[in-house]
Every structure is written in structure tokens, then in C-alpha cells.
Write a protein that binds this ligand. Structure first.
Ligand code: TYD
Length: 136
């Protein structure tokens, strides 16, 4: 499902068995880039906002492995807030999209696959600067 800001919600295949449930994602079919990096966020205090940045080049694919994450996306023209709350949905955030998110409710784990290795110069962390960049 396409969202404003060029963001895509990608349904992931689920294999449910009495032994447990498995999800997977493959390049091209579900994952729009070959990841160079993985990170995950857990033990986040409820309602403590994280993110608050955009990337210049990096694509991210976020999956809520556990719990509910309230995600806000913003491209300096439209803003959308929604819950990422199931492991069988991946959220592809392309570059030049401002994102912030926080945990709501019980313990939660957010996983990310990223198209680039960590590079602090790929971040825009000032919202006014982001808006200026998007208008030029
Ligand atoms: P930060 O970007 O502030 O996290 P968030 O956007 O979720 O609030 O990152 C927190 C710290 O972790 C910061 O010191 C940078 C470091 N970090 C890495 O070293 N490598 C990574 O891949 C990421 C995402 C963060």
C-alpha cells in the first residue's frame, strides 16, 4: 500500500504453524533494496520520541517485531501518523522523508534494515533545515 511521502507499506509472507509464526522478506519481491545494515530499538520508554530526522541517501525498511510503534512521516508538504503494530508489515521509508516514532503500550521491538552503512553526514536532524531542503 502506497502512503503519501513516497512511503510504502509492504505485506510480508507469514508462515503460521503450531510451532510458531515465521515471516520473511526477499530482495525485489518484498525488500526494495539490498540491506547493508541492521539495527533494532527495544527497551524504549513509552511515548519517548525517537527518529526526528530524514536521510539524504539511506532507505530504511522498518518492521515492528513486537508491540506498537506510532510513526509520523512528513515530506514538508503532508504529514501522516499511523500505527506500525504487526510483524508481517514492512514500512519502506525512502530518503528525504522526515520520520519520528515512539512506543505505545507494552514492550516493543522495532527492527530496521538500511540500504547504507551508518553515516552521520547522511542525516538531516534540524526540521527547519529539512523544510528548506525540500523546497529547493
Ligand atoms: P539515533 O540516530 O539518535 O537513533 P534514533 O533516530 O532512533 O533516535 O542513534 C542513536 C545512537 O546510536 C547514536 O549515538 C548513533 C548510534 N547509531 C549507530 O552507531 N549506528 C546506527 O546504525 C544507528 C542507527 C545509530
Amino acid at each position: 500500500m502506497a502512503l503519501p511521502c513516497g512511503v510504502l507499506l509492504q505485506r510480508l509472507p507469514t508462515v503460521s504453524e503450531p510451532r510458531g509464526t515465521l515471516i520473511f522478506a526477499e530482495i525485489a519481491q518484498h525488500l526494495p533494496f539490498i540491506p547493508k545494515r541492521f539495527f533494532a530499538i527495544f527497551d524504549a520508554p513509552e511515548h519517548e520520541t525517537r527518529g526526528r530526522h530524514a536521510h539524504l541517501v539511506d532507505h530504511e525498511f522498518l518492521i515492528s517485531l513486537q508491540g506498537t510503534w506510532i510513526v509520523t512521516l512528513d515530506n514538508a508538504r503532508t504529514r501522516q501518523t499511523f500505527a506500525l503494530d504487526t510483524p508481517d508489515v514492512g514500512l519502506h521509508i525512502p530518503p528525504r522523508v522526515w520520520r519520528s516514532f515512539f512506543r505505545e503500550g507494552a514492550a516493543a521491538v522495532l527492527a530496521s534494515l538500511s540500504s547504507e552503512t551508518y553515516n552521520p553526514t547522511d542525516y538531516v536532524r534540524d526540521y527547519d533545515e529539512f523544510v528548506r531542503m525540500m523546497r529547493t
